[in-house]
Write a protein that binds this ligand. Structure first.
Ligand SMILES: Cc1cc2nc3c(=O)[nH]c(=O)nc-3n(C[C@H](O)[C@H](O)[C@H](O)COP(=O)(O)OP(=O)(O)OC[C@H]3O[C@@H](n4cnc5c(N)ncnc54)[C@H](O)[C@@H]3O)c2cc1C
Length: 494
């Protein structure tokens, strides 16, 4: 096919990365975004003088040769606006101890001694495995392989490299880990190590050590060592930088454009229809959406994998958020800006809370003397929707109760936070659905429990899926890697 017109639905980080790489390769691309700014779950919104990160707050993958470095090179971005961040975060455990996650290897090795000498074997396994996987993922980002060509590339380029450069015992270790959970590597770890690993896995793999796949989990636990940055202006700057690259490369990003239908002809996309009633030619569509949303746009034309989806996501999460404007002095000047607070198990539902403050130097994020704070906890979707649809007063009461739980957890790390708060704005899965249009406000993609059930990006001829529902799943770095894979696949297909 010569010069197909490509439409990307949704200006999330995954879709924008694919769009920026494809425009850089000279293809005509239009990105249609329903909202008034890009970024979706990793967007940053204005409210009463603050710029709040909507969901994602911790930006990783910026180390030389890492995912965001590759994205910059593939899309023509000169530099990502921001400053390196180390330590990545402080993690508060239920017993009150605090583990600082340093990016610096020497400091991290020193700090993790707090888990006792028996934990060292776990960390050495984790780092060895993560090093192999990150290298493999960056060399051959074709998991799961969906075409004979991708299988050949995976076997030749990726596994061939493993074959040459790896001692036999490490190869067999990787094979065992491909089908077992992280918990098998924890052995009889101390409760503190288990709680720490579970907390970190929940935010990085959307599940805990008993269910998280060991290979994926090892790589996910490595994120704090992989180039964390504070983005100037907030997380939305990643998407804004990508959107600018799309336009500089000759593509178009169009806001307030909700796609309501993908029209098919002879088993391929032909056009998309927008809420305004426009029909836009689309020889190839990249849907930066969860599979449930794509199914809705296709109607009867959906392929069997989409038709087999359950009514609503059976696992995975929603997010309960508190956006707060706080006095800058509530944090000491040299304190970390990110905190994970683990109060109790099971994690989520206010038992584990993630806090991110805007940096003092980033004066565009808050009025003078203030900071923007985003707090979140994982939450089940169904109870929110039942209350929202049948019991509005109950929905409001649950919102107030969750806000309280989040503040109580946060006070463990930041005493006086409540008194230092000038503005509070809670958000629920209902809010996420409204602003990102993701069905039921399902965020973070599929929990990474099984490598062999991961979704690849090809949905049907001419229709691709980008974003956190495809491997390697959630996080801005992961969806950006997925976006590069989509661009690469599209360039092979046309
Ligand atoms: C609470 C929370 C905390 C997180 N924390 C972190 C973190 O600290 N670090 C990190 O790296 N990641 C984090 N993540 C994960 C990260 O935000 C996501 O994995 C990533 O941003 C998802 O990107 P995506 O490409 O899938 O697109 P999405 O963010 O899902 O964006 C999809 C876009 O499509 C648009 N859209 C939807 N339907 C239509 C339509 N019909 N027509 C047109 N446009 C449409 C939406 O408006 C949206 O802009 C967090 C997520 C959440 C929810």
């Amino acid at each position: 096919m010569s010069q197909p017109h490509i439409v990307v639905i949704g200006a999330g980080v995954g879709g924008l990365t694919a769009a920026a790489a494809l425009t850089r390769a000279g293809l005509p691309v239009t990105v249609l975004e329903a909202h008034v700014y890009p970024g979706g779950c990793a967007g940053t919104f204005y409210h009463q003088g603050y710029r709040f990160d909507a969901g994602a707050t911790l930006a990783g993958g910026f180390y030389p040769g890492g995912p965001m470095d590759r994205v910059a090179r593939a899309t023509g971005i000169d530099a990502w606006p921001g400053q390196p961040a180390d330590p990545a975060m402080d993690v508060y455990l239920p017993d009150g101890s605090v583990i600082t996650r340093y990016g610096s290897q020497a400091r991290w090795v020193e700090r993790r001694r707090a888990f006792g000498p028996a934990s060292e074997a776990f960390w050495q396994w984790q780092e060895r495995t993560a090093d192999a996987l990150w290298t493999l993922a960056l060399r051959t980002p074709t998991w799961p392989p969906q075409t004979p060509g991708e299988l050949v590339r995976l076997l030749g380029n990726g596994l061939g490299w493993l074959g040459q450069d790896f001692p036999t015992h490490l190869r067999s270790q990787l094979m065992a880990d491909a089908v077992q959970p992280v918990a098998r590597r924890l052995g009889n770890a101390s409760p503190a190590l288990r709680q720490f690993v579970d907390g970190q896995l929940l935010i990085a793999a959307q599940t805990t050590s008993h269910r998280a796949n060991a290979l994926y989990g090892a790589a996910a636990l490595d994120l704090p060592r992989r180039g964390i940055m504070h983005m100037t202006g907030g997380m939305g700057t990643i998407a804004e930088t990508l959107a600018a690259a799309v336009e500089e490369n000759g593509g178009r990003v169009s806001y307030r454009q909700t796609v309501t239908q993908i029209n098919m002809q002879a088993g391929r996309p032909r056009a998309v229809i927008t809420k305004r009633g426009e029909e836009i030619r689309a020889d190839l569509v990249i849907a930066n959406l969860p599979p449930w949303n794509i199914a809705q746009l296709l109607g009867n034309e959906m392929p069997s994998r989409l038709a087999r989806l359950p009514e609503m996501p059976r696992d995975g999460w929603g997010a309960f958020m508190v956006y707060a404007g706080v006095d800058t002095g509530v944090l000491p000047a040299d304190a970390p800006l990110h905190y994970q607070i683990i109060v109790d198990t099971p994690l989520g539902e206010g038992n584990s809370v993630f806090l991110s403050f805007s940096p003092g130097w980033d004066t565009g994020r808050a009025p003078p003397g203030r900071r923007a704070l985003t707090m979140s906890t994982h939450t089940e979707l169904a109870p929110w929707w039942t209350l929202f649809e049948h019991d509005p007063a109950g929905y409001q009461a649950r919102k107030a109760a969750y806000t309280e739980r989040v503040y109580q957890a946060a006070a463990r790390a930041v005493p006086g936070l409540r008194d230092a708060t000038n503005l509070i704005k809670p958000g629920t899965p209902v809010t996420f659905r409204r602003f990102t249009r993701r069905g039921w406000g399902w965020v973070g993609g599929f929990p990474q429990t099984n490598l062999f059930r991961a979704w690849g990006p090809r949905i049907m001829p001419g229709l691709w899926m980008a974003g956190d529902s495809i491997f390697p799943g959630q996080s801005t770095a992961a969806v950006a890697l997925g976006g590069l894979r989509v661009a690469d696949g599209v360039l092979h297909e046309i």
